[in-house]
Design a protein around this ligand. Structure first.
Ligand code: SF4
Length: 364
């Protein structure tokens, strides 16, 4: 029943995004029903396994070491700590654990071995495991796959054009390279972006072109609304209007019909009614837990009350794809090669990022 297109143009996507609201909502809901159970929404838990101190300059991120924010850095969590949190997440309805580490790229060594053990441990709990660890090589992607990783997250963030206005320490093609490395394994791809960073609607459409023309399309696309954090270059951006969020979700649903569209950061700024419209428009996943890496998120009990009110059921794990097997470290086929991902250094300056960096030096 697949009618997935990989040749969407920016004009076509803009036409969808700008449709009269009721038409857009109806079309998106229709596509959603053809490909998904409209009463099933996946609950995922995001764990920050290593927080802060990141060398990158992503303008939205409180974990970038160069900005002055209230985020306290933490070393890599232990496998036992992660297991305890995963069990807690499972008991409150989560079927997926996404582990985030504030790294530019993965380095082979003890810490990566520890992350691989976390992946094995969570997969054995029969939960989907996702990691977001920065850039990875093909060999590292194979090692994660072998450990039982279900998904790897690497967001495109925005359009290729606007990406340069937010991040200067790496290029768009570096993001695409990591996604390509993941695609050489059985691990599914999770890649989306953020709206509300000062981009134009054309940039939102541009991001959806970049995602929807990947073949295969990402199995998972998180749509985040910027959570503007004091001390970051984007601290003064205005909150995203709910209508923009619904339009973005609906457009993503229409152009990527089989994908899990994830309502991600920014839910604390949304009413339950607003979130219900996002589910109607095709969102079929939320992140649970009071923190999303470092920014606030609705309480899990509040989410369960919302599910009850809407008659939604938490999606079971491995509904979309079978559970990957786990290979123990001692039986691994893949050795650490000590390779580093190759990435570009675009060497352009982003004025607001530079200003935030200078202000941070004064404050420190
Ligand atoms: S978004 Fe990721 S890569 Fe960018 S600064 Fe934050 S932790 Fe680092």
């Amino acid at each position: 029943m697949t009618n997935v297109r990989h040749n969407w143009t920016k004009e076509e996507i803009l036409n969808i995004y700008n449709k009269p609201f009721m038409e857009l909502l109806y079309e998106a809901a229709t596509v959603h029903r053809q490909h998904h159970d409209p009463n099933s929404v996946q609950v995922s838990t995001l764990l920050s396994i290593k927080t802060g101190g990141c060398p990158e300059d992503c303008g939205y991120c409180p974990q970038a070491a160069r900005y002055h924010t209230n985020v306290e850095g933490n070393d890599l969590m232990s496998v036992q700590q992660v297991k305890a949190q995963a069990l807690r997440a499972k008991s409150t309805g989560s079927s997926r654990v996404c582990m985030g580490a504030a790294w530019r790229n993965v380095k082979d060594g003890e810490e990566f071995d520890q992350v691989l053990e976390m992946v094995r441990t969570i997969n054995k709990l029969e939960m989907e495991v996702c990691c977001t660890l920065g850039m990875i090589t093909e060999n590292q992607a194979h090692r994660l796959a072998e450990a039982g990783l279900y998904a790897y997250n690497h967001n495109l963030d925005s359009s290729e054009e606007y990406y340069k206005e937010v991040i200067s320490t790496r290029g768009y093609e570096d993001r695409l390279q990591t996604i390509d490395n993941v695609r050489k394994t059985n691990v599914t791809v999770c890649s989306g972006g953020i709206i509300g960073m000062g981009e134009k609607i054309e940039d939102r459409a541009g991001m959806l072109v970049a995602l929807s023309t990947l073949n295969p399309q990402p199995e998972s696309v998180p749509i985040n609304a910027l959570v503007a954090v004091e001390g970051t270059p984007l601290a003064d951006e205005k909150p995203v209007e709910i209508w923009d969020m619904i339009r973005m979700v609906a457009t993503a649903r229409i152009v990527m019909p089989e994908t899990q569209v994830r309502l991600s950061a920014g839910r604390t700024q949304m009413s339950r009614e607003g979130q219900a419209m996002c589910f109607f428009a095709g969102a079929n996943s939320i992140f649970a837990g009071d923190k999303l890496l470092t920014t606030p998120n609705p309480d899990v009990n509040e989410d369960m009350k919302m599910f009850e009110a809407l008659g939604l059921n938490p999606q079971k794990p491995f509904t979309k794809k079978v559970q990957p097997p786990t290979v123990e470290a001692a039986e691994s086929q893949f050795q650490a090669l000590g390779e580093k991902p190759k990435w570009t250094r675009p060497e352009h300056k982003i004025e607001r990022n530079e200003i935030a960096k200078q202000q941070s030096k004064v404050l420190k």
